[in-house]
Design a protein around this ligand. Structure first.
Ligand code: TEU
Length: 569
């Protein structure tokens, strides 16, 4: 069937975290030549788009999410010539390349901020958020910050600057001052920079925390979050008053006439209603957004308490997003990224008995939803969380900041805090890619910046490429299914068994084609009590990670099945 769909509806995106992907020059940090050397791994997997986490010049306070020059490459990763080579290599293999756009904030070492900070009368003063101390308070003393907002990595979101006696706003680290999007010159500078990258040949942008760019200019105090964990409903800057206007303007200024690009906005705290507005094509803002509801579903009121994730909760959340964006807009689908623990360790079972089956099951369930799936590097190998022992094993500014606050300031026990960081910390996703069984997993010949997971001797790309039953080859088939079966792309979504704590089941329907997808989220055999079970069990089995189920649709531990049948139109 011929559809008018944009190309990215049938695409699969692969996220590379360059620092941890492959190191070609032996300094222990991944680089662009390392990526070039492994492009065939990605082409072989069949992905359509590669998204690169930031590679721009940066003091690396937050691993590149603090940018000091938007139009160059950090020497750590290469230079613009190597970048052009990478881009050509990606395009030659029929794939596209999407850059990370981090413009809610810059680095405090960006020339814009240096100028802004230098003088209250600087022409760039207003490019950032400068404010005096709270009225009647002594500048620089505790409680004198202009608002009670907390930064995502700990402490106040306001940093006092001696030089001019005022505070600047930073929703993340103090080395990531927030840009002032109210200022038209800021917006124009960002648009110009974006056009420069598109003219160079890049195929789109993943936009970092883009729903935080519009602040309520009254800067009201917010509900006190009380912790370093990003406050979900923070007043004043989440989905702020002008965010739609700014993104529409960006669309007109940057993307008009460039139909082949992909735009995806990362949006902590976005609601379904807002997401529809951001992604309804008639509004000309973004193609899709990353929402956080499902990755925050195991977060309690007390951030140092691990809340077990109920499958019914996960299904309710993702089912709501499927229904909410069914008519207008489009979903991004992801289990993990560079900020989240490894999917198989969080939602599956990473023990030797069940790791492979549960990794494949998770991939199946995610990719069969309606939306554009994102694969995070190593997910296609079933890579797991890392066995962190002490806080000294972590490098992430967020984990270190949270630990300092919880243990040193609030007096929590180190073990209590470490238990949560082991399960949820961002460094789980950032350990080096496991290419082979050699020392340092083939990631580097030097000393890796973050330890390689000791399980790389068992879990690595080389072994999986040679094994047709591997997670890697299963992902290949899964990705191919999206490219060949239109119902995966365009079919309606209907959730089944919403109250079942063991099975994730749904159908997809397009014209006369109906797909049934079931994932067993347990290590036990479970019978799927769905209508038509017997009929379905004799339908065409498009994909499964285990032997075909019996006629009563009893699934093996962590089994996934995708059936297809033709129904009366
Ligand atoms: O993340 C924004 C965000 O809200 C979370 O994913 C964040 O990591 C949070 O602290 C999780 O607990 C984006 C980037 O993906 C992240 O790597 C950056 O650190 C952050 O923005 C700042 O640029």
């Amino acid at each position: 069937m011929q559809t008018m769909d944009p190309w990215w509806k049938s695409a699969v995106v692969y996220q590379i975290y360059p620092r941890s992907f492959a190191d070609a020059d032996g300094d222990g940090v991944g680089d662009l030549r390392g990526i070039i050397a492994h492009l065939d791994h990605l082409a072989g997997l069949g992905v359509d788009v590669i998204w690169l986490s930031p590679i721009y010049p940066s003091p690396q306070d937050d691993n590149g999410y603090d940018i000091s020059d938007y139009q160059d490459i950090d020497p750590l990763f290469g230079d613009l010539d190597v970048f052009d080579e990478l881009l050509a290599g990606v395009h030659a293999r029929g794939m596209k390349l999407v850059m990370d756009l981090v413009v809610n904030h810059s680095s405090d070492e960006h020339p814009w901020f240096l100028e802004s900070r230098s003088d209250k009368a600087s022409p760039k003063r207003d490019w950032y958020w400068w404010r005096p101390a709270r009225e009647g308070m002594e500048p620089g003393t505790p409680g004198a910050e202009p608002t009670n907002w907390t930064a995502a990595f700990g402490g106040s979101a306001w940093e006092f600057d001696d030089k001019t006696g005022e505070y600047y706003l930073h929703l993340f680290s103090r080395k990531q001052p927030d840009l002032n999007w109210e200022n038209e010159e800021v917006r124009q500078a960002v648009h110009t920079m974006m056009r420069w990258w598109l003219d160079r040949g890049v195929d789109g942008f993943r936009m970092d925390v883009i729903n935080l760019i519009s602040k309520d200019t009254a800067l009201p105090d917010g509900p006190v979050a009380g912790t370093a964990v990003f406050p979900e409903s923070a007043a004043g800057y989440v989905n702020g008053p002008r965010v739609h206007e700014f993104l529409h303007e960006m669309h007109e200024e940057v993307f008009a006439g460039r139909d082949a690009v992909l735009t995806v906005g990362e949006m902590p705290g976005v609601t379904i209603e807002e997401a529809v507005r951001f992604t309804d094509p008639r509004r000309r803002e973004l193609d899709m957004v990353f929402q956080f509801d499902h990755v925050w579903a195991d977060r309690g009121d007390d951030p140092w308490q691990l809340v077990p994730l109920k499958l019914t909760r996960l299904k309710a959340i993702l089912g709501r997003w499927q229904a909410g964006l069914a008519e207008h807009g489009w979903n991004s689908l992801y289990w993990n990224n560079h900020d989240q623990p490894r999917a198989v360790s969080r939602y599956g079972d990473d023990s030797p008995a069940h790791r492979v089956a549960s990794a494949k099951m998770l991939g199946t369930v995610l990719h069969m939803h309606r939306g554009t799936p994102y694969v995070y590097q190593g997910e296609e190998l079933g890579m797991t969380n890392y066995p962190f022992e002490t806080i000294a094993d972590f490098r992430d500014i967020e984990s270190l900041g949270q630990y300092a606050e919880a243990v040193e300031r609030d007096g929590r026990s180190p073990e209590e805090v470490l238990t949560v960081l082991r399960a949820r910390g961002r460094d789980n996703a950032r350990t080096p890619m496991q290419w082979d069984a050699s020392p340092h997993a083939g990631f580097t010949t030097g000393r890796p910046w973050l330890a390689v997971n000791p399980n790389h001797t068992r879990i690595n790309a080389a072994a999986q490429r040679d094994d047709p039953d591997s997670t890697y080859h299963y992902y290949r088939r899964l990705i191919a299914l999206r490219h060949t079966e239109p119902a995966v792309v365009d079919g309606d979504f209907t959730m089944l068994l919403p109250h079942d704590e063991r099975l994730y089941a749904f159908t997809r329907r397009l014209g006369a084609t109906e797909l049934l997808v079931i994932g067993n989220f347990t290590g036990r055999r479970v019978r799927a009590e769905i209508e038509d079970a017997a009929a379905w069990s004799s339908a065409e089995l498009l994909l499964t990670n285990e032997a075909a189920p019996s006629a009563d649709l009893t699934l093996a531990p962590w089994q996934a099945v995708v059936y297809r049948r033709t129904v009366e139109a």
